[in-house]
Each structure stands twice: as structure tokens, then as C-alpha cells.
Ligand binder design. Structure first.
Ligand code: SF4
Ligand code: SF4
Length: 321
């Protein structure tokens, strides 16, 4: 992979180039101490803290109109968003976007946004509560920056680098991407965890943990790989109808409710097990591809301290005892 030493002024020049082409967002800490993805005007102001709401919001917005019907005219929504660059993304958020790419492979709204979005990753130092797995593939992005070096990871990324040649040293093909520093609590979902999970329905662990859950939905809102959504219709009789999709949460009582009032997840313990399974083992065609990238956002955001990593360790310990 082609890489370059970066010279003085590279970060600001990169931002300036990206801003001339479209919107640029990156992690910035506000006066309230919360880090959010916001429009970036200075490379120096980028934060190395993880943004509270992850980058998925630019690819899969919390609420979006799918179609409308008015005066007998049906209109499927076309997107007006222009090119977007997301800068300063940590490897976990990049791997999360790679997961979204698989989930939404056939979703036209996601696909349109994704192909207009340039991803610029940076190396990170895992925080104390991170439990990201040892990554088996490089962070999927267009450009990656670590310690004054730039790697071109895609053709669009190489084009950006070419436009900034005056800020770059000589191109080299023999410098590998840096090893990602593993988190202290780094985890993989081993076969024995799946076995422990499979026979665990009656363990008090689920009920005891789930009875604290407030069904507030924070864990899904902050999760970079939560993709469940609800579809709602808003209708003004005789005039217009619109269909929206909006983020959903598997802890909501309405989540698994179907016609006739039937409920597939009637209690919180079942909902917790469902979430655990989805995050750590994946579902359907993505079974075996964990949806969790170990960013620990859900544990930080949960008002009652529900932590999937602690649950995982407790489950394994109970299985052994
Ligand atoms: S740690 Fe929590 S928020 Fe982060 S990816 Fe895993 S489930 Fe989602
Ligand atoms: S953030 Fe915590 S309390 Fe809120 S829905 Fe998720 S697990 Fe339940």
C-alpha cells in the first residue's frame, strides 16, 4: 500500500481540500466535555475521544423520509446530500462502517450516501473500558493517518493524496499499516462463548441484569453497528401520506410486537439475551461476524451500567463453575 511522510501543514491542507469539495465532519469536544461529530474547520481541534453518537448517523440517519404521496403523485425520496468526508475516525468506527456496508448492501439510501462519503481514519490508543477485538484486517477507509504518515487505502484516497503532493514526502510501497494497539480487555467471541450462550436461557444472570434496564434506548443510539429501524406512516386523510424510517431499539416493548398484539420478546430478560446474541454472534447471513466492535459506548451511555463485556465474562465464568 502506498504511503508518505506528511509534512508541516498537511492536516490543514487536507481539510481545506475536502471542504472545497463538500461537507467535512470530525470528532470535536464541546464546552460540555461531550465529543460529537461536527463540521471541522481546524485539524488541531480534532479530538481523539470517541464521538458520543457514532458516524453511522451520516449513512443511516436517525429518521429519514422514504417516500411521500400527495395529489396522487408518488415520490420516492432522492437524496440531496453532496460529497461528505468523515475525518479522524478510529479503527473501531471504521470496522463498524464495514459491518454496516454488509447489512445495508442492498439499501439504496445507504448506498447513495456511502458512495459519496470519504473515510479518513487515524490510529487510536484504546481507552480503559474499550474491548475491541484484535483486528484481522486493516481499518477499511480511504486514507489512514498515524504518526506523521499517510496511507492511501483506496483510489479516491490516492486522488486526494495526489492533490496534496506538495505536503507529502516520497511515496513508498513497503511501509505496512501500523499494528493497531489492542485493548487491554480485547475480546473475541470464541466457540466456548457460543456454547455457554446456547444453554443459558434459564440463568438468573439475564433476569437480574435486565430488571435494571429502563428501556431508554441509549445503548442502540450510541452503538456504531445497531441497524434496527421501525417504519412509520404519517397520513393526513385525503391529502398526503409519508413513510419514514427511524432508529429502533431491541429493548423497546414495541420492538418485537406484531399484528394481533403478539409479542416475541415478552420480557426484558429475553430482550437482553437477544441483544447479546445479535451483538456478539451476528444473525442470519452475518452469523459468525460479531456486530460488536468493542467501543464500549453502550456501557458508558447506559444509565444503569449494563455492560455487554461484563455480561460476557460473567456468562463464561458461570459456565465454568
Ligand atoms: S461495545 Fe456496545 S456500542 Fe460498541 S459496538 Fe459493541 S454493542 Fe455497540
Ligand atoms: S441504555 Fe441501558 S437502560 Fe437504556 S435500554 Fe440500553 S440497556 Fe436498557
Amino acid at each position: 500500500m502506498r504511503s508518505f511522510d506528511v509534512g508541516k501543514g498537511f492536516g490543514e491542507a487536507l481539510l481545506s481540500l475536502l471542504r472545497s469539495r463538500g461537507q467535512v465532519f470530525g470528532p470535536l469536544c464541546g464546552e460540555d466535555g461531550v465529543c460529537r461529530l461536527r463540521p471541522v474547520s481546524s485539524w488541531q481541534s480534532l479530538s481523539d475521544a470517541p464521538p458520543l453518537i457514532p458516524p453511522k448517523k451520516y449513512l443511516f440517519p436517525p429518521r429519514e423520509r422514504l417516500w411521500s404521496l400527495a395529489a396522487d403523485e408518488y415520490r420516492r425520496m432522492t437524496l440531496s446530500d453532496g460529497p461528505t468526508a468523515l475525518v479522524g475516525l478510529a479503527p473501531c468506527d471504521l470496522h463498524a462502517i464495514a459491518y454496516l456496508d454488509r447489512v445495508f448492501a442492498e439499501d439504496p439510501h445507504y448506498a447513495q450516501r456511502r458512495c459519496r462519503t470519504l473515510l479518513i481514519g487515524v490510529s487510536c490508543a484504546p481507552r480503559e473500558d474499550c474491548f475491541c477485538p484484535p483486528w484481522k484486517s486493516p481499518p477499511p477507509c480511504d486514507l489512514f493517518i498515524s504518526e506523521e504518515r499517510l496511507w492511501c487505502c483506496s483510489e479516491p484516497g490516492a486522488q486526494v493524496a495526489a492533490a496534496l503532493a506538495e505536503f507529502l514526502g516520497e511515496a513508498r510501497e513497503d511501509v505496512p499499516l501500523p499494528d493497531m494497539q489492542p485493548a487491554e480487555r480485547s475480546f473475541e467471541a470464541p466457540a466456548d462463548l457460543e456454547q455457554a450462550f446456547a444453554g443459558s436461557e434459564s440463568l438468573p444472570l439475564w433476569t437480574q441484569t435486565a430488571q435494571r434496564c429502563l428501556s431508554c434506548g441509549a445503548c442502540s443510539a450510541v452503538c456504531p453497528t445497531c441497524t434496527c429501524y421501525d417504519v412509520v406512516d404519517e397520513i393526513v386523510p385525503g391529502q398526503a401520506a409519508e413513510r419514514f424510517r427511524r432508529w429502533d431499539n431491541c429493548f423497546f416493548t414495541s420492538f418485537a410486537q406484531v399484528a394481533g398484539g403478539q409479542q416475541f420478546h415478552p420480557d426484558r430478560a429475553t430482550r437482553l439475551r437477544f441483544r447479546f446474541e445479535h451483538k456478539l454472534f451476528g444473525f442470519g447471513p452475518l452469523r459468525g461476524a460479531p456486530a460488536c466492535v468493542g467501543c464500549a459506548r453502550c456501557a458508558r451511555a447506559c444509565p444503569v451500567g449494563i455492560d455487554l463485556d461484563k455480561l460476557r465474562r460473567t456468562l463464561l465464568a458461570e459456565k465454568k463453575s
